[in-house]
Design a protein around this ligand. Structure first.
Ligand SMILES: *Cc1c(COP(=O)(O)O)cnc(C)c1O
Length: 699
């Protein structure tokens, strides 16, 4: 609707389309100011807002709006110019061009093509690549119905709702080839060819390309292949992985892109290796030579030790989809299978993690503990150590500071850091030393502000839930009470209901005289995960019990918007997975950054960060003899730490009402977690340890 945009606001559509605004609070303020109601109603989607608002003429005459607009445009232009980036400074003249493949990207709630931590990490990775000036493009899938929206009915059952995506209403546009034509590519599936359209998301200086099968040229059934993230059975799954890996490489070629590093974010993308071998064989290489070349420029990140997280396809299914591939690769069935076979005792299956390990020379896990666990799991794949290096490195996950830090906190930090310079080197621990000198009262008041914002958001959501289910139970969060957040996917190993193990003890804790405690839960269970859905139900039931009502709530439809409100507003972040199954975890990093210390099992990233003063631990850093024992020990530790440390410390106030000891923990959490567990540090690590070594191999 460009023609509707007034002359002096003419670049609004451009501002909306580059999702740099997702990490520019001032640009978000501009959109919100144009139409506050629509901004909320569209879930902060400026493309849709510009299409639907009636306010543009009026806005064009409002000096405040026009001034904000000018600043936003200047900021975008300056950012895109890319003067003086980290990459230009540290690696001048080094040619690194990365293609980053991921089945999901979590960029913002208005682009629902992610399910949880893996996707959010991918989104944060691309944003930091843009900030650092790294030459990187993302490759993923446009899910026409996104991931599901979660409803919790009056009985506490999770219901899944799918909504059409309407590409025209999203911050995406058709990707164009060098000669300006919309890009489509073809991928062979059993008995037919699938046509894919390619979309582009502008992410600051970088872009993500998304593949979409919803085209009239495809059969009705095939059009649905990219409808849902992690939906359907094994045939849909392998089709999506062919689309991502094979279609993704073809899309890059059609766009005129020739990266020199290919990064597989999890095994889903591993078919990209086969397509790259096929290209080289077609150009005259042998299968073995091509496989070696491809592996030398491939990077693989493994993300989980949970067995269900590693896709494997039965022989009949894989052979059906692999028809014609052995010939195209210059090998036979056995040659192809040798790349993906897991090992005799696992039964015959083609395993995507094994394929990714075999076709990469730089590999990493996502924390130090996860590296050790992964080496144990996969050691047999690396009988001799080629380069004398660890076959699997550790690059611990982080979060994109500007996507997760509350704007009021960022402004408070500016004031005490003496300007905005600290923002340029968020990965540097020394740049955060100003945190120590923020007066405790000021930090506490700022936190109280974000906490009230969170409570308002949560209570409005709870009212909506209540009006739909008709259940009138007092469910409301009190901004004065100690508030503990727990939200993430409801995978069973994350043990969302551990807190409920001893109801009487929990009751005594939350109802302490003059020291109330409340828990805010949120999370989706995968539609096929019945035990995960039982967690939703158990928490919902608990929230209705007389003793807990008002002290425990469960919010529907966890997404990046809910996540942002919670990590910025709660007092503490709770995390109690079964160790060592949480490969990294990132939500506790988001919370710590905002001054909500982590209260967690020593799993994933937490053993690297915990220093005795920046949060609390649950349980012992050991492998328990059994799951039952682990649950008992961890629950006991969870309760006793709440009783003896968190609650007394939170309510120990000075005459101004400030909990000085508590604020000390907040400061320590911010200062120690924010720099090291930022994606700015993480992407730099990828560049130093994985991308540059791979790029140098292909020179
Ligand atoms: C950060 C984030 C996650 C990851 O949570 P973990 O507790 O690290 O598993 C999942 N979902 C959303 C929406 C997030 O923002």
């Amino acid at each position: 609707m460009r023609e509707r945009v007034p002359e002096n606001l003419s670049r609004l559509p451009e501002l909306a389309r580059n999702i740099l605004w997702t990490w520019r609070p001032e640009t978000q303020e501009l959109f919100s100011r144009l139409d506050p109601e629509l901004w909320e109603k569209t879930e902060h989607n400026p493309v849709r807002l510009l299409r639907e608002t009636e306010n543009l003429e009026r806005a064009a005459e409002d000096p405040g709006t026009v001034a904000l607009y000018s600043l936003a445009v200047q900021d975008l232009d300056r950012y895109l110019e890319g003067q003086g980036t980290w990459m230009g400074h540290v690696y001048p003249g080094t040619d690194v061009r990365v293609a980053y493949f991921s089945a999901e990207f979590g960029l913002h709630e208005s682009l629902p093509i992610y399910s949880g931590g893996l996707g959010v990490l991918a989104g944060d990775h691309v944003k930091s690549a843009s900030d650092l000036g790294l030459g990187l493009v993302g490759v993923g899938i446009l899910y026409a119905q996104g991931y599901f929206r979660q409803r919790i009915n009056a009985e506490g059952r999770q219901e899944e709702v799918y909504e059409p995506f309407e590409p025209g209403m999203r911050p995406i546009s058709p990707a164009l080839s060098p000669d300006g034509a919309p890009v489509t590519v073809r991928v062979g599936l059993p008995g037919r060819e699938l046509l894919l359209k390619v979309w582009k998301v502008e992410v600051g200086r970088t872009a993500i390309y998304l593949l979409d099968a919803d085209l009239p040229e495809n059969s009705e059934e095939d059009r649905l292949l990219t409808a849902r993230l992690y939906g359907g059975g094994q045939r849909t799954r392998i089709s999506q992985e062919m689309i991502l890996g094979v279609g993704g490489v073809r899309a890059l070629r059609a766009l005129g892109l020739r990266p020199n590093v290919y990064h597989m974010n999890e095994g889903h993308a591993a078919f990209l290796g086969l397509e790259r071998i096929r290209e080289l064989v077609a150009a005259g290489e042998t299968f073995e030579g091509a496989a070696e070349k491809v592996a030398e420029s491939n990077v693989f990140t493994t993300h989980t030790p949970v067995p269900a997280g590693h896709d494997a396809f039965a022989p009949d299914l894989f052979d059906d989809f692999a028809a014609g591939w052995p010939e195209a690769l210059g090998t036979d069935r056995e040659g192809l299978w040798a790349l993906g076979r897991k090992g005799e005792d696992w039964g015959e299956a083609f395993n995507m993690t094994v394929l990714a390990f075999n076709l990469s020379r730089s590999r990493n896990a996502v924390s130090k503990l996860h590296r050790d666990v992964s080496l144990e799991m996969w050691r047999y794949l690396f009988p001799e150590n080629r380069d004398g290096e660890d076959p699997i490195l550790a690059v611990t996950n982080g979060v994109h500071t500007w996507s997760w830090l509350a704007p009021t906190m960022a402004r408070l930090f500016d004031r005490h850091a003496g300007g905005r310079a600290w923002r340029r080197e968020v990965e540097n621990p020394a740049a955060w030393s100003f945190v120590d000198v923020i007066p405790s009262g000021e930090l506490w008041r700022a936190h109280e502000g974000t906490k009230r914002g969170m409570a308002g958001f949560v209570n409005a959501r709870l009212d909506l839930q209540k009006s739909r289910t008709g259940r009138d139970v007092p469910r409301e969060v009190n901004p004065e009470a100690l508030t503990i957040g727990f939200s993430r996917r409801f995978a069973t190993y994350k043990r969302a209901t551990l807190l409920l193990s001893d109801p009487a003890r929990l009751r005594a804790i939350v109802k302490g005289e003059g020291r109330p405690v409340q828990f805010v839960f949120a999370g989706k269970a995968h539609p096929a995960d019945e035990p995960g859905k039982a967690f939703v139900k158990a928490l919902y039931r608990a929230s209705e019990e007389d003793d807990l009502a008002g002290h425990l709530v469960i919010l529907e439809d966890y997404d990046m918007n809910v996540a942002r409100h919670l990590v910025q507003g709660v007092d503490v972040w709770l995390n109690n997975p079964r160790r060592p199954l949480e490969a990294s975890g990132t939500s506790g990093q988001k919370a710590s950054l905002n001054g909500a210390p982590n209260f967690s099992v020593l799993d994933g990233w937490w053993p690297e960060a915990y220093n005795g003063k920046n949060g609390w631990v649950i349980g012992e850093p050991v492998e328990y003899a059994s799951e039952e024992e682990g649950d008992l020990v961890d629950a006991e530790s969870l309760y006793s730490t709440l009783e003896s440390s968190l609650v007394p410390m939170f309510y120990d106030r000075d005459e101004e009402g400030v909990p000085l000891g508590w604020v000390g923990v907040m400061k320590e959490a911010i200062r120690t977690v924010a720099p090291t567990f930022s994606t700015q540090r993480m992407v730099q690590d990828y560049i130093h340890k994985l991308y540059v070594p791979r790029a140098n191999m292909t020179r």
